[in-house]
Write a protein of this length. Sequence first.
Length: 210
Amino acid sequence: MKKALLLGCGSKWGASFTKHLSDIGYQVDLVTGSNFEYPNVNVIKINWHESNLEQLQTLIDNSVTYDLIFFNQNAGGSVGEYWFIPGNEYSIDSWNRNMWIDCQLPYFLIKHLSQSITDDTKIGWMMTGLIVGNNPEYFKHAGYASHKATNLYIMRGFSQNHRGIFFALNPSWFPLEDYVKDSEQIHKVISTLKKTDSGKSFNKDGTEWI
């Protein structure tokens, strides 16, 4: 039985993806702040905003070999449109905490699991098209987009220095009525990835992104 470690896939589209993996035979370890129950899914409950490195190391067994590790957690966006208005200031503690959840936590988790990651382990991050900043209005999503961009480069850094197949996915959007279809499609893309794809980013239809 294949094993997957999913982070932040306990609600919305992520919950559909978790269920799909379970339905096709994966044993899933799910790290989530949501209340989630499903067959073959071991829920590892976490309070993202109170999490830290020591807790992460305790929650996740670094002797387990996973076929798929996927990061889909979202701290909520950090600095955005409202916080650029004169007189409004975003808390630096909140900013730092969100950076930990979105970017540093995946980095340190891979370090924690380093010895159990094999050449064939697939490690992916969910992206957003907002990181292509050619639209001036994207400033409204500065924190969210910058965290995703950081993860893209973290992914590429690991791809050049670590065992495993590292990748990023740009979903474009997840219409509610397409949750199941998109879950199936994204798994299909992931299942076809080879070592030569490590370090690349893909749209959900399987075409290469940036």
